[in-house]
Every structure is written in C-alpha cells, then in structure tokens.
Design a binder for this molecule. Structure first.
Ligand SMILES: CC(C)(COP(=O)(O)OP(=O)(O)OC[C@H]1O[C@@H](n2cnc3c(N)ncnc32)[C@H](O)[C@@H]1OP(=O)(O)O)[C@@H](O)C(=O)NCCC(=O)NCCS
Length: 204
C-alpha cells in the first residue's frame, strides 16, 4: 500500500445557498497548494525554476507524441508557459506538481489537476514523465497521491483525455480506476491534422 502524506486543506466557510444564478454557490475553497509525499516520490507545486528540468521532457518528440502540442524546442517559450501555470495556480484554476525522487531529489516529471471547477467539484488530470523514468511505476505512485489529495480537497469527479494510441497512458488510467467514457472525434488540431481522443472519468 502506497503512502500519501499531505496536510489537511483549510476550508473556508461555505457560503449560504443563493437561488440567484449569476451568483452561484461556491461549494469549496480554492484547493491549497500542497506538497505530496509517497514512498519514493515528492510532489511539489511547480515553480518557475522548474522550467529548466522540464525542458528536456517537453523537447523530446517521444514524450510529446500524444500531447496536444508538439515538442517545445525553445526554452524561453517553456519558461513563459511555466510562468503562466504558476499564475494559474495562484488563481485556483489548477495545481501543477513537479515530481522528484525522494532519495536523490532527481526530477522525473510532472502532473496536474487542471480546469478545476469548484461549483461542480471536478477537474482534469494530466501527467508526464521523462523517458528514462518510464516503466518504474512512478506515474502510478504520483497519481495515487494526487487522487487522494483531490478527494480530500472536495473534488468528486476527475477526467482525463488521451490521444488514440497512447497505450501507456490508458493503462495507467485504468490501473487508477478511471473508466473509458467515450470518443471525442477530431478533438485536437495538431500538426495540421485533427486527432481523436478518448475520454476517461473517475468518480471519487
Ligand atoms: C503516460 C506515462 C506517464 C506512463 O508512464 P509509465 O511509467 O508507463 O506508467 P506507470 O507509472 O504506471 O508504470 C507502469 C510500468 O512500471 C512497471 N513498474 C515497475 N515497478 C513498479 C511499481 N513499483 N509499481 C507499479 N508499476 C511498476 C509496471 O510493470 C509497468 O511496466 P510496463 O509498462 O513495462 O508494463 C508515460 O508514458 C509518459 O510520460 N508519456 C508521455 C506523456 C503523456 O503522454 N502523458 C499522458 C497524456 S494523457
């Protein structure tokens, strides 16, 4: 059994129900930016300085083969993307984590909860490891901690989307308990072509 440690999120007072549709009830507070620990891994909220560690992954065509955008070969562009992700976290729209080994503090990848919808208590998950870190159960271990965190933070539904052919990703999602919910035809426009995606969902 893997161990997932994190501090309890601090909840704000739940606002009183209002029938007004332009002021929808916010059912839970912005999820806290938590550090998650597992047996072998430490997940920390992404920082701007992590762009340097992320670059070799996002510059690798094999890692990026099933991503919505092709590999990124400009470190300045990646720094800009990471800066935007850090800002998105401050707004409560997403949490991106760096993943490092507990023992050597070696960077192995990143994962996230994005499109956090606090009204409907749902979010999308994402994950990426450097090629040298595949096949060791790291993504499984990291995502188990993310799922446990998501449940504690009040989320009740998680989704994931894979490009057709991303077997490793599909196997991981199925291991985590996600169910395939459908095919999103032509969902992504990449390299001038429309790609189909599979939608996966998990109720917490
Ligand atoms: C998707 C991705 C994260 C999956 O990585 P992964 O290492 O295959 O996934 P897991 O962590 O579940 O590891 C499973 C493998 O580790 C092995 N393993 C070794 N030790 C293990 C352990 N202690 N626990 C669990 N599995 C272990 C499993 O047997 C399995 O090996 P196999 O693939 O040879 O059958 C990775 O392929 C990736 O980064 N891809 C590129 C980015 C991407 O497409 N992201 C997803 C977008 S939707």
């Amino acid at each position: 059994m893997k161990r997932a440690l994190y501090q309890e999120p601090r909840f704000m007072a739940i606002p009183r129900w209002s029938p007004s549709f332009d002021k929808p009830m916010i059912p839970f507070a912005k999820p806290r930016l938590a550090i998650l620990e597992t047996e072998r891994l430490k997940l920390e909220p992404l920082a701007e300085a992590d762009a340097a560690d992320l670059f070799p992954l996002m510059d690798d065509p094999e890692v990026m083969a099933y991503w919505d955008v092709p590999e990124i070969d400009d470190p300045d562009l990646l720094s800009e993307i990471v800066r935007a992700q850090v800002a998105e976290m401050a707004d409560g729209g997403a949490i991106y984590w760096s993943i490092r080994t507990m023992a050597a503090q070696a960077f192995v990848g990143c994962c996230d909860l994005s499109d956090i919808d606090r009204r409907h208590k749902r979010a999308e998950v994402g994950f990426m490891l450097g090629r040298g870190s595949w096949g060791q159960g790291y993504a499984d271990e990291a995502m188990q901690a993310v799922l446990a965190f998501a449940a504690t933070a009040g989320l009740r539904r998680l989704t994931a989307r894979t490009h057709l052919g991303n077997r490793r990703s599909e196997m991981l999602l199925q291991k985590l308990g996600f169910q395939e919910e459908g095919l999103l035809r032509g969902h992504v426009l990449r390299d001038g072509e429309r790609r189909d995606c599979r939608l996966f969902g998990l109720l917490l």
